[in-house]
Design a protein. Structure first.
Length: 415
C-alpha cells in the first residue's frame, strides 16, 4: 500500500517583526501623548492652584483695607468727625443726612480703590505665572523631545554613508523608542544590503575583467605574429577594438556603481591640477582632431578623492574633444573659486544642442538623438559617471547649450 504524500511544510516565519505585541492593558502604556498630557495637565493644575492662592490672599488683603472705617469720632458731647481719606468730612457739626451721605460716598471710593488694587496685582501675578509656565513648558518639551534630537543626529551621520551608527535609545517604551528601534532595524537591513552590493561589485569586477584581459592577451599575441594572414590581422584588430570597448564599458559600470555613495575618505585636491592631468591625457586626441585646448586654471582646493575627480575632468574633456566641429574647434578648461565653491568649467565648440535634450545626456547609454550603442566615440557613460562622482562629493554638474553650438559644463564642489 502506497504511503500518502506528506503534507506541505509551512512557509518559514519572517526573521524581522516590525511590530511589538501589546500588553493586556494597552491604554496603560506610557505613550508620548499620555506623558505630555500628564506634564502639561499637571503644570496648568499647579499654575491654577498658585493663581487662586494669590488671588485669595490679595482679595483678603483688599477686603481688610476696604472694610476699615474711613473716619473716627474725636469730640465729646458734640460729634466731631475727622478723616484723612474722606475730604468731605471736615466740619465739626454735621447734619445726620449730610453725614450719612458723605460717609457712603467715602466707603464707595475706598472699595473702588481696593478693587483696582486687586485687579492690578492679579494681572501682575498672572503675567509672572505665565512667564514661569512658558519657561517650564519649554524645558519639559525639550526633555520629552530630546530623543528626537538623538534620532536626527544619527540620521545625519547615516547620510554620510556611516551605516554602522545606531540610535540604541534607552527610556520608557513609548512611541519614540519604538521609532528608534524601527530605525535601527532598518539600518541593519540597509547595512546588509550595502555590504552585499559591495561584495557583488567586487566579484563582478573580477569575473568581468578576467575574461576580457585573457581575450586581449590572446589577440595581442596573434597580432604580434608576422606570418599571420592579412585577413586574420584585420579580424584581430577589429576584435581587439571590440574587446577594448567592452573593457571600457565594464570599468565605467563599476565606477558608476562605486561612485553613487558618499566619499568617506577625503583629502585636499586641487581642481587645477586635476584638470591639467586630464588635459595631458586628452592632448594627443585633441591634436589629432585639430582641436585647440586653452583656458586658465586657478587654484581651487576641495576635499575629496583625487582619482574620481580626475575622472570627472577627463570625461568632460574627452566629450568636448570628440563632440566638436570638424575644423577650427576649441576646448576651454578653467578652474576658479566662486561664492565659497570650487568651479570646474569646460566649454567647447560643436554642434547645436537643443536645451530640451540636455537632461538626456546625463542618462546612461544616452547620446544626442541616439540611444544605446552605435557610436565609436564612447560607451555612453561619461556624463553619468561625472554626475555620480559630483553628487558623491556633495556637488553638482550643470550643462547648458553654448551660443553658436557646443556645450558649457559647470561642475561646482564645496570647499
Amino acid at each position: 500500500m502506497a504511503s500518502s504524500p506528506a503534507p506541505p511544510s509551512a512557509p518559514p516565519k519572517p526573521t524581522w517583526d516590525p511590530g511589538q505585541p501589546e500588553g493586556p492593558f494597552p491604554w496603560l502604556r506610557p505613550t508620548i501623548r499620555i506623558r505630555l498630557t500628564l506634564l502639561y495637565g499637571g503644570m496648568f493644575l499647579i499654575a491654577g492652584i498658585l493663581l487662586l492662592s494669590i488671588i485669595y490672599l490679595l482679595a483678603a488683603q483688599a477686603l481688610r483695607e476696604g472694610n476699615g472705617l474711613p473716619f473716627k469720632i474725636v469730640g465729646g458731647t458734640k460729634v466731631e468727625v475727622s478723616s484723612s481719606t474722606c475730604p468731605g468730612v471736615q466740619s465739626i457739626e454735621q447734619s445726620l443726612d449730610r453725614f450719612n451721605q458723605v460717609i457712603t460716598e467715602c466707603v464707595n471710593v475706598q472699595r473702588k480703590h481696593a478693587l483696582d488694587d486687586l485687579l492690578s496685582r492679579s494681572l501682575m501675578a498672572l503675567l509672572g505665572l505665565s512667564i514661569i509656565a512658558f519657561a517650564f513648558g519649554y524645558a519639559m518639551a525639550g526633555r520629552v523631545l530630546s530623543p528626537l534630537g538623538k534620532i536626527t543626529r544619527t540620521a545625519r551621520r547615516v547620510v554620510g554613508s556611516d551605516l554602522t551608527r545606531r540610535i540604541e535609545l534607552d527610556g520608557p517604551d513609548d512611541e519614540l523608542k519604538e521609532l528608534a528601534d524601527t530605525f535601527d532595524e532598518m539600518l541593519d537591513r540597509l547595512e546588509r544590503a550595502f555590504t552585499a552590493q559591495q561584495r557583488f561589485v567586487a566579484n563582478a569586477s573580477h569575473e568581468l575583467r578576467t575574461p576580457l584581459a585573457i581575450n586581449r592577451t590572446l589577440l595581442e599575441v596573434h597580432l604580434s605574429d608576422p606570418g599571420a594572414p592579412v585577413e586574420l590581422q584585420q579580424l584581430g584588430r577589429t576584435l581587439l577594438a571590440t574587446n577594448e570597448r567592452s573593457e571600457q564599458l565594464v570599468e565605467g559600470l563599476l565606477l558608476l556603481a562605486r561612485s553613487d555613495n558618499q566619499i568617506i575618505e577625503r583629502k585636499p585636491v586641487d581642481l587645477a591640477e586635476v584638470a591639467s592631468r586630464a588635459l595631458d591625457q586628452a592632448r594627443v586626441e585633441a591634436a589629432g582632431k585639430g582641436v585647440e585646448i586653452r583656458g586658465e586654471r586657478a587654484l581651487a582646493v576641495v576635499q575629496g578623492n583625487g582619482v574620481l575627480l580626475e575622472r570627472i575632468a577627463l570625461n568632460l574633456v574627452q566629450n568636448a574633444v570628440r563632440y566638436n566641429v570638424p575644423a577650427g574647434g576649441w576646448v576651454e578648461v578653467t578652474t576658479e573659486v566662486q561664492h565659497g565653491q570650487a568651479v570646474l568649467l569646460v566649454s567647447n565648440t560643436g554642434p547645436v544642442v537643443p536645451a530640451y535634450e540636455i537632461d538626456n545626456l546625463f542618462e546612461p547609454f544616452r547620446r544626442l538623438r541616439t540611444e544605446r550603442t552605435g557610436s565609436d566615440k564612447g560607451v555612453g557613460l561619461g556624463l553619468s559617471i561625472a554626475r555620480s562622482v559630483a553628487r558623491a562629493h556633495g556637488g553638482r554638474i550643470h550643462a547648458e547649450p553654448r551660443e553658436g553650438g557646443g556645450l558649457v559644463m559647470r561642475v561646482t564642489l564645496p570647499i
